[in-house]
Design a protein around this ligand. Structure first.
Ligand SMILES: Nc1ncnc2c1ncn2[C@@H]1O[C@H](COP(=O)(O)OP(=O)(O)OP(=O)(O)O)[C@@H](O)[C@H]1O
Ligand SMILES: [Mg+2]
Length: 406
């Protein structure tokens, strides 16, 4: 998945990655979740909502969220349409109301999963919308799952209990098709999240070596880790070539300083460089050349290696430490709240709700610290909720080991 600030070259880099891989015999699909149709412009061919072969082994598609929406939300929409009509809302207004906000983004993710699971491609490259939207998109599966888990079971139980009393004909009750659609969505979102956080998936952050862009890229690295996504490299695009011309000389020096900062922030991640071209890299041959210069002999589709422990829990003395990787996070931007069974971590404007495993639910938070690019939260057993026999003398460590996969 390629993300980054607006206009830095995400679409170009994503298309170039797929084009280079395809030119080396990898069957590649590049898929755009960005409603702006720039992928078609970069490839220089029209695209549809289905994978189309652009060149030998190179496929591309523009997710058609409208069509996908109608396919998977037909039942829900029909129900809402009927409900609104009975409430006296006119048909035209009802059509606008039933376009659920954020639904197109979810469908882009479901479409991505469908393409990956089709098994047709060796590599699927995603050209994402600019960072803000991408982060919202990547946070969605967990956020929606949270809502569905919290709101839906109670609602469904109430409905099941009420239905025999109200009779099946009551048109204000959602029919089984609607309940089924919500349950299916919940399952599918869990699959999407599993796919996006699996060892086979990684994110590459595209930037240009300019102070404002680099600052956003730093925040992106923190936010991606917060949501549990793994970054396997950075792409610095539009790097000016050395020059004696005074205007360019100024830019070259400024970019060199920014690139140094990027390398320091990258913490060992590769930083690939791409030169500023004399013309826009448009069309497959130009994109293959762009990819070749970016990756050299390296494999553009290389696996990122074993997934790092972005989130883990370890036994520690008489309690546990939950630790969450938050590279480049600053203490003053961090927020932490415990509400019952959940731990809410906020960084800048981003927020993740972690459902605590049962072991930690029966503990109290004894403190938190940001050290070594990780947020560490210390939990100690709440004596009221633990049998005496389990407290003290290291009896907790075996339990923490079982949490390793959480
Ligand atoms: N290295 C480069 N040299 C010259 N032109 C480039 C380079 N990289 C990208 N461009 C051009 O810059 C423009 C923006 O690139 P691109 O569309 O890939 O950016 P983007 O990050 O996807 O933008 P958006 O945020 O709008 O999706 C395009 O016209 C593209 O051809
Ligand atoms: Mg783009």
């Amino acid at each position: 998945m390629f993300t980054g600030k607006g206009g830095v070259g995400k679409t170009t880099t994503a298309a170039a990655t797929a084009a280079l891989a395809a030119s080396r015999g990898v069957k590649a699909l590049v898929l755009s979740t960005d409603p702006a149709h720039s992928l078609a412009d970069a490839l220089g061919v029209p695209l549809t909502g289905e994978p189309g072969e652009v060149d030998a082994g190179l496929y591309a598609m523009q997710v058609d969220t409208q069509a996908a929406f109608e396919r998977s939300w037909h039942d829900v929409q029909a129900y809402l349409r009927g409900l609104l009509a009975r409430a006296g809302v006119d048909a035209l207004q009802a059509e606008e109301l039933i376009v659920l906000p954020g639904a197109d983004e979810v469908l882009a993710l479901l479409e991505l999963r469908a393409q990956v699971e089709s098994g047709r491609f060796d590599l699927v490259v995603v050209d994402c919308a600019p960072t803000g939207e991408t982060l919202r998109l990547l946070a969605l599966p967990e956020v929606l799952a949270w809502y569905v888990e919290k709101v839906f079971p109670a609602h469904r139980r109430a409905l099941r209990a009420m239905r025999p009393l109200l009779g099946r004909a009551d048109p204000t009750l959602p029919p089984d098709g609607v309940l089924g659609a919500v349950e299916r969505l919940h399952r599918e979102l869990a699959d999407v999240r599993a796919l996006l956080t699996s060892a086979a998936t990684s994110v590459r952050v595209v930037l240009t070596p300019e102070a404002v862009v680099v600052a956003e890229a730093r925040r992106t690295l923190t936010s991606l880790a917060l949501y549990g996504y793994r970054v396997d490299g950075l792409v610095a695009n539009r790097v000016f070539p050395d020059s004696d011309e005074p205007f360019l000389r100024g830019w070259v020096a400024a970019q060199a300083a920014q690139l140094e900062a990027v390398r320091a922030d990258a913490g060992g991640l590769p930083v690939l460089l791409s030169a500023y071209r004399a013309s826009e890299p448009v069309g497959v041959p130009a994109l293959v050349e762009f990819g070749g210069q970016l990756y050299g002999d390296a494999d553009p589709a290389a696996d990122a290696g074993p997934a790092p422990d972005l989130l883990d829990v370890q036994a520690d003395g008489d309690g546990f430490v939950l630790s969450l990787a938050l590279p480049l996070a600053r203490r003053q931007d961090l927020g932490l709240t415990r509400t019952g069974d959940e731990l809410v971590v906020t960084v800048g404007g981003h927020r993740r709700v972690l459902a605590l495993p049962s072991l930690l639910r029966r503990c109290t938070v004894a403190g938190a610290a940001l050290t070594g690019e990780r947020l560490r939260v210390r939990f100690v057993p709440d004596p009221a909720q633990w049998p005496d026999a389990l407290l003290g003398n290291g009896a907790l460590s075996g339990r923490a080991a079982r949490l390793a996969s959480w």
